[in-house]
Design a protein around this ligand. Sequence first.
Ligand SMILES: NC(=O)c1ccc[n+]([C@@H]2O[C@H](COP(=O)([O-])OP(=O)(O)OC[C@H]3O[C@@H](n4cnc5c(N)ncnc54)[C@H](O)[C@@H]3O)[C@@H](O)[C@H]2O)c1
Length: 267
Amino acid sequence: MSKLGGKLEGKIAVVTGGASGIGEGIARRLVADGARVVIGDISDDEGEAVADSLDEDALYRHCDVTSDDEVAALVQGAAKDFGRLDIMINNAGAIGARGSILDITVDEWDATINLLLRSTFLGMRHAGRILVDQGEGGSIINTASIAAHAPGNGPHVYGTAKAGVVHLTQRVALELGEHRIRVNAICPGGIVTPLVLGAVGVGPEEAGAIAEVIAAVRPYPRAGRPADVAATAAWLVSDDGEFVTGQAITVDGGESVGPKWSDQMVT
Ligand SMILES: NC(=O)c1ccc[n+]([C@@H]2O[C@H](COP(=O)([O-])OP(=O)(O)OC[C@H]3O[C@@H](n4cnc5c(N)ncnc54)[C@H](O)[C@@H]3O)[C@@H](O)[C@H]2O)c1
């Protein structure tokens, strides 16, 4: 399955949340570019199916990213199984707690922060230790969101966690740069995945209709696909992205800039 001579040939990657959506897209693209991938997720059947479809180039490991022990085991196991680690993609997530600040419970707040922000800290911490010990550099990508910069794009805890992901990404890029470890975030928006369908309360059978709604309001006239985010990730972790670190790169068809242009609009 690996592409001999691919830009990522010989690289070993861990992708959390790789059983579905954006993470699955990233896992598939990294393998297509020559890497071998360990997928960590809690959706075991889906994760196994993705790994099986990638043959010997991918393994699936159960990993709840809110658990320090499980993230450590995922990352250390990948380095053991494949002999090294080069790329860490901290991507697993969900919308988490919704509702007004007046109603949300402390437990709901904590669970969402743990899933989206603490997990990113854990992934960078464990992968960073291996990458520093290897002494050959590496690349870390954290999936943030356009909600990190525009609070209207998700529940308040979600956006707060994603803003934290961007800040932590940039701060850790400062810390690990001397080791030639690059740390970047990708901020997707409007990528049609189970997360987005669930956020608007519909199932996969409505994916086409939701994509049309997204395309109608976005400057670039189609909804996003996991492959769009995966292409950016593949570039960032390759040698072509070598001089890029500490960045939050938006992949959203222009949504964060503004709505589709119209000369009927008056400000
Ligand atoms: N789809 C979008 O438009 C969009 C926009 C901005 C940010 N994101 C972010 O992209 C990431 C991936 O989302 P997606 O849209 O692909 O959603 P998705 O639901 O398709 O995939 C999320 C994956 O994360 C896994 N997961 C959830 N909780 C987990 C846990 N505790 N431990 C391990 N794995 C867990 C799920 O099982 C699933 O496989 C998330 O961090 C999300 O916040 C998505």
